[in-house]
Design a protein around this ligand. Structure first.
Ligand SMILES: [Zn+2]
Length: 294
């Protein structure tokens, strides 16, 4: 994987991940208007104490129209990625849900119940291919591997930023879950806090450890492999299974066999293996219904 990075004229960063070296890119003028970062904020739900992201400016984000913002042959005033062909590209989201600097909390409408705060952090978009009409499943195994490398690279780099607590790479696909673009792409969020679900998982793991139990994730993996009925696909380094207490009609968890702190810590073989297995899991999602599932 060969990475080149550049700064767009509005100050946003872009990183190209190519499978072969030597792609020459001259920086091109790029005049898309950046949306003010201050538009993002957090509000606390007084009944659950959860922080909720407020990003009303995201309503103005590009939707699928005549020209796609992720295709490099779109007109200048629409294209988010300014130059030439690429394999995988990652760039700062122009409509970030998390952005700016940390700050203090404030009260709204004169009520001590209604608390808001700035939403610092970092949001990036990852385009999986220059080909508008493809999907992750139809990409070559080596391209999916390049995507895994890009996830790992961004995870490592964003984790180094001040105030970042957790980096999450994800894809919301389909209009049903709010994806506004058809072009195959995903998102990378660097959160200034640990999202609730991960926080709870960490607390559970710690409690079990303090009680003298073995690692909860290793025990789940062992239980699922023994039961077998929910295992979807296995490989040398990974197991994909439907969790016993699934919360969605279609839900698969992918566990590494080895203890790894994050994607950046995966070794070459584990990355290769993840690329194959991940694509295989998505393939099954494509065939389980008679249309691509969101
Ligand atoms: Zn496109």
């Amino acid at each position: 994987m060969h990475r080149t990075s550049a700064t767009l004229t509005d100050g946003r960063r872009i990183h190209y991940y190519d499978e072969h070296p030597g792609r020459v890119r001259e920086s091109a003028p790029h005049a898309l208007t950046q949306v003010p970062a201050a538009a993002a904020s957090l509000r606390r739900d007084p009944t659950t104490q959860e922080w909720i992201l407020m990003a009303p400016h995201r309503r103005a984000r590009p939707a699928s129209g005549r020209h796609c913002p992720l295709c490099t042959d779109s007109p200048r005033e629409v294209a988010e990625i300014p130059v030439g062909a690429y394999d995988v590209a990652v760039f700062d989201n122009r409509f970030p849900a998390l952005a700016g600097r940390p700050g203090t909390t404030g009260q709204a409408d004169g009520s001590s119940l209604l608390t808001s705060a700035p939403a610092p952090g970092h949001c990036e978009v990852i385009s999986y291919s220059n080909d508008h009409g493809t999907t992750m499943v139809r990409l070559s195994r080596s391209r999916v591997r390049t995507i895994v490398d890009a996830w790992a690279d961004r995870t490592q780099e964003l984790n180094r930023l001040d105030g970042v607590e957790q980096v999450v790479c994800f894809e919301n696909r389909g209009a049903e879950v709010g994806a506004s673009l058809e072009h195959p792409h995903g998102q990378i969020y660097a959160y200034p806090w640990i999202p609730d679900r991960f926080q709870r998982m960490q607390e559970t793991a710690l409690q079990e450890h303090l009680r003298g139990e073995d690692c909860v994730f290793c025990r789940v993996l062992d239980a699922e492999e023994r039961a077998g009925s929910r295992v979807v696909v296995q490989s040398a380094h990974w197991t994909a299974f439907v969790p016993f207490a699934a919360r969605w009609p279609f839900e698969v968890h992918i566990y590494a066999r080895r203890h790894v702190p994050d994607l950046a810590a995966l070794q070459e073989e584990e990355r290769d293996d993840l690329a194959s297995l991940y694509r295989s899991v998505l393939q099954r999602f494509e065939t389980v219904a008679d249309r691509p599932l969101p």
